[in-house]
Design a protein around this ligand. Structure first.
Ligand code: PMP
Length: 428
């Protein structure tokens, strides 16, 4: 099928993320993917700078991951999880408990990142009820955050970033503190914490949990803040009997240079959400981990159980490939690889800082960001990036990349060269 035919058929029937029906925004038909490259139906090869939105950390069609899916397929693709269990789920849960920050001991499997956030929110509310604090029904979060597209997750996304503001009046009303303005390498300041402290004090007795993306605010901002902020928020949560939910869906599994971003601050959240790279980008799966104290509190509520149970919970194919992906990551020199990607991103993106339309260039782990003064014109920059041989999907004022960890420095340099050239050509 020729790409243009497929695009025409797509436009007639398919919705795309954050897209309009009949959209004429640039759309490219992909035929296959291998290693760090996507092949379009017209034969063009693109270097993948997105890891399919943080997920494909080992690149595409990794033989170990392909093999894990095939082996599991020979046993069972799926079976319900109510009243049944299986080796892929148990082994993955044990592995997650072992590698996540200490004291996270219970694992709830679900089928996407957004649902893992829903589960985290429900757990926090039910926990507070179970501990005799039923009036604690609100969440506190920070501006510029992003936690997913389902209703509960939307309710803790920054209402002003434009993603979900249409629904603001219909969603649960949570509390939004100013985000820290210091960068990752800066010391945390009292100012960075002031609004969180103010809201925790002003709404004492109403707040069930603080939810945040640790160290890296992803889709809402691509900003990196000081780990010390997280350390102090952990202390504040303890002082106010408020749970801390860390959304590690984008940051988990090595992306920031630590296995989990909470490790930059050496803290353990009470509840942690993971997804995306957990399956190496192969299948859709998320998980919500919590401490024994949270699990006990949840079950001490009048319900006596946690009332959530997705049909595809702990899907064996997804669980098997997750375990294979995590073991593959841990068996290899992932820290060195992420550091090498980081250094190549930092070197390659540095020239963008001198462009007139650019306000900031920043890198952390295997993440590189060019922030422009004005929103980029996607109808111009997206085809240009493709013409330059790379797959990078800008958003608003952000042209950013988070390549697979296996991308070598020369390839990262090609990627960053294309990004800088595309930004230079499309901003003033
Ligand atoms: N939280 C964060 C921090 C995310 O980056 C995302 C996805 N962009 C989500 C939650 C939602 O995950 P999913 O798209 O798998 O539902």
């Amino acid at each position: 099928m020729h790409g243009s035919d497929l695009v025409a058929r797509d436009r007639a029937v398919v919705w795309h993320p954050y897209g309009a029906v009949g959209d004429t925004a640039p759309l490219f038909a992909v035929a296959s993917a291998r290693g760090v490259r996507l092949t379009l139906t017209d034969g063009r090869e693109l270097l993948d700078g997105m890891s399919s939105w943080w997920a494909a950390i080992h690149g595409y069609r990794h033989p170990v991951l392909d093999g894990a899916v095939r082996d599991q397929l020979d046993r069972m693709a799926h079976v319900m999880f109510g009243g049944l269990t299986h080796e892929p789920a148990v082994a993955l849960a044990e592995l997650l408990v072992r590698i996540t920050p200490p004291d996270l001991e219970r694992v709830f499997f679900c089928d996407s990142g957004s649902v893992s956030v829903e589960v985290a929110i429900k757990m926090a509310l039910q926990y507070q009820t179970g501990r005799g604090r039923p009036d604690r029904t609100r969440l506190l979060t920070i501006r510029r955050g992003y936690h997913g597209d389902t209703s509960g997750a939307m309710s803790v996304c920054d209402p002003d970033t434009g993603m979900h503001h249409l629904f603001t009046g219909l969603l649960a009303r949570h509390l939004f503190a100013a985000a820290p303005t210091s960068g990752y390498r800066d010391p945390v300041t009292d100012r960075d914490l002031a609004d969180v402290e103010r809201l925790l004090a002003a709404h004492h007795g109403e707040i069930a949990a603080v939810i945040c993306e640790p160290v890296v605010q992803g889709a809402g901002a691509m900003r990196f803040y000081p780990p010390g902020w997280l350390t102090r928020v952990r202390e504040l949560c303890d002082r106010h009997q408020v749970l801390l939910i860390a959304d590690e869906i984008a940051t988990g599994f090595g992306r920031t240079g630590e296995l989990f971003a909470c490790e930059h601050a050496g803290i353990t959240p009470d509840i942690m959400c993971v997804g995306k790279a957990m399956t190496g980008g192969y299948l859709t799966m998320g998980a919500t981990l919590c401490t024994a104290e949270v699990a006990d509190g949840v079950c001490a509520s009048p319900a006596g159980a946690f009332m959530h149970g997705p049909t595809f919970m702990a899907n064996p194919l997804a669980a098997a490939v997750s375990r294979a992906s995590i073991e593959l990551l841990l068996a290899g020199p992932w820290r060195e690889r992420v550091a090498a990607v980081h250094d190549a991103l930092a070197t390659g993106l540095a020239p963008a800082a001198d462009l007139p339309g650019v306000v900031d260039v920043r890198t952390l782990g295997a993440i590189g960001v060019i922030e422009t003064r004005d929103p980029v014109d996607m109808t111009v920059i997206q085809p240009l990036l493709v013409d330059l041989g790379v797959w990078v999907r800008p958003f608003g004022r952000l042209v950013y990349a988070m390549p697979p960890f296996v991308m070598d420095p020369a390839e990262v340099s090609t990627l960053t060269g294309a990004m800088v050239e595309a930004v230079a050509a499309t901003t003033k």
